[in-house]
Design a protein around this ligand. Structure first.
Ligand SMILES: Cc1cc2nc3c(=O)[nH]c(=O)nc-3n(C[C@H](O)[C@H](O)[C@H](O)COP(=O)(O)OP(=O)(O)OC[C@H]3O[C@@H](n4cnc5c(N)ncnc54)[C@H](O)[C@@H]3O)c2cc1C
Length: 481
């Protein structure tokens, strides 16, 4: 008989959190700390969403999204998780660019960027200072008129080399392009510039294990292998959910599932106004990713070549090329033993932005052949930096947009939720259905580890307020409470 993953679950909770990405987990933790009865339902066997890892024979542990995050994550971990978690954040000092326009090393902070912009690119100090001041002041509540292209034209007209230096890492970090609102660039860029790029000592596996411990300590009922199939709405308000075929009552649902899935599939279009659905129809998904995981054989070592390497063969920064299936640009993340102290193991993860459509409709043979090509091309590219890599590797594996879709259920396997317009939809959800909230990668700025976790906090506070003021309701007929 199939295992009952909901065994012992209560017939009702105050709040059901759908999905355990960093937004869902952070929100569940905070809501439980605030005294609510919280069920966290995750369809996958692991918690973490995209903040995840996997193990392979040969002692390999491979991280998916641990390339780097801004220092703000330390404060978020300390305030909403634990000091122990915050204390494991370490800085990555060696960021590297290698492309036909320039090759350079940087600590990826304002001081070093200022120096490089002056000495390497010959930009005047006053222009650099004004640029930094302009992006630092960008604010979520600003009127959005300027695009990132406008911003660069204003400060560095015609300087495509400077545009690439400033933009390429942010495109990798949140999928934004020159034609997105400058705000989506400015906030993320400034976050990194304040102190550089950070990672988690111990790896994603350690982080998620520590988070799980904390969630359980705070009383969250965690259920993996639990797919939320439906959010029950009655009289314009949330009444419960259906999980693995079982109905569970709740006062509020905080969905960490993709915003479009939350509306169209979990709640259902019939619960939203036509005007709202018109706006929902305009929301574009963000791009997806491909990754190649390179496991270095036990006992082998690789010399230090930097922590994060933005490599590209393209003549200049070009979003179309970055997304193209004929890969020209890759971010290599090098994991040395210092990331997982005591293991003495090395691994490398190559990431590229990608389009779901390029991978979605391939036959199984084409799909396997294209994954093989992706791996081979990646090794060819990596040999430039680690010449003997092929001799040192005993595990190679590729993930595509199809892989990301399968594990996160995100439409189009999107890596960063939606484009900017998704944020308003996410914010307006509870105005359409009382008690229905959304949090998670959305709108480019609320994405990445820091954006997702902080958005989880913002929405958790709104859920708390809603649940405290909610009127008691009689049980719903469809819910077998
Ligand atoms: C290849 C790649 C590399 C990245 N690298 C970095 C990086 O270095 N630094 C960084 O800051 N960010 C990085 N990111 C982005 C970052 O990982 C994400 O923005 C962030 O982790 C997303 O968190 P989230 O809360 O939005 O949820 P997600 O991680 O999308 O998780 C959502 C969860 O909800 C679950 N779920 C969905 N629907 C249901 C349902 N109906 N029932 C039950 N469960 C459901 C999913 O299984 C999933 O676990 C990367 C992303 C990718 C794809």
């Amino acid at each position: 008989m199939a295992r009952d993953w909901l065994k012992g679950a209560k017939p009702s909770y105050d709040i059901v959190v759908v999905g355990s990405g960093l937004a869902g987990m952070t929100a569940a933790n905070l809501l439980s700390r605030l005294g609510h009865r919280v069920l966290l339902a995750e369809h996958h066997y692991n918690l973490g969403g995209l903040a995840t890892w996997f193990k392979r024979r040969g002692g390999h542990v491979l991280d998916i999204s641990l390339h780097g995050f801004p220092c703000g994550m330390i404060k978020t971990f300390r305030k909403y998780w634990t000091r122990e978690i915050a204390d494991s954040v370490i800085r990555l000092p060696g960021i590297r660019f290698d492309n036909p326009q320039f090759k350079l090393h940087t600590t990826f902070d304002k001081v070093d960027f200022t120096c490089i912009l002056r000495e390497r690119f010959g930009i005047m100090k006053e222009v650099i200072d004004e640029f930094f001041e302009t992006v630092r002041k960008m604010n979520f509540y600003d009127e959005i008129v300027m695009t990132t292209r406008d911003l660069f034209e204003k400060f560095f007209p015609g300087r495509k080399d400077v545009w690439r230096f400033l933009m390429e890492p942010i495109t990798y970090a949140n999928g934004s392009t020159l034609d997105d609102p400058a705000l989506t660039y400015g906030i993320v860029f400034s976050n990194f510039m304040s102190k550089g790029v950070f990672t988690y000592k111990g790896g994603t596996d350690t982080l998620i294990k520590q988070m799980k411990k904390e969630l359980l300590k705070n009383g969250v009922d965690i259920r993996t292998h639990c797919l939320v199939e439906k959010v029950h709405v009655e009289g314009g308000a949330v009444r419960g959910v259906r999980i693995n075929g079982r109905d569970i009552a709740c006062k509020s649902v905080l969905s960490n599932s993709n915003i479009l899935t939350t509306i169209h599939k979990l709640a259902g279009d019939e619960h939203f106004s036509p005007e709202f659905l018109d706006e929902v129809g305009k929301v574009r998904l963000n791009n997806s990713s491909c990754q190649v995981y390179i496991g270095v054989r036990k006992g082998e070592t690789i010399d230090y070549v930097g922590d994060l390497l933005f490599s590209s063969d393209a003549d200049e920064y070009d979003t179309e090329k970055i997304l193209g299936k004929n890969v020209t640009s890759r971010t290599f993340s090098f994991y040395y033993p210092s990331i997982r102290p005591g293991t003495n193991r090395y691994s490398i993860v190559a990431s590229t932005n990608a389009r779901y459509e390029d991978w979605a409709n391939l036959s199984e043979e084409e799909y396997e052949a294209d994954k093989k090509k992706l791996i081979e091309d990646t090794l060819d590219s990596l040999e430039k930096f680690v010449p003997d890599i092929r001799a040192k590797v005993d595990h190679l594996e590729a993930a595509t947009p199809r892989t990301f879709k399968r594990y996160t259920l995100a439409p189009g396997g999107t890596s960063f939720g939606t484009k900017f317009e998704g944020l308003k939809i996410s914010r307006d959800l509870p105005k359409q259905v009382a008690g229905l909230f959304h949090s998670g990668s959305v709108g480019i700025i609320m994405s990445g580890w820091l954006g997702a976790a902080n958005y989880g906090v913002i929405v958790a506070n709104e859920v708390d307020k809603f649940v405290r003021s909610a009127e008691p309701r009689p049980p719903l007929a469809t819910i077998s409470a």
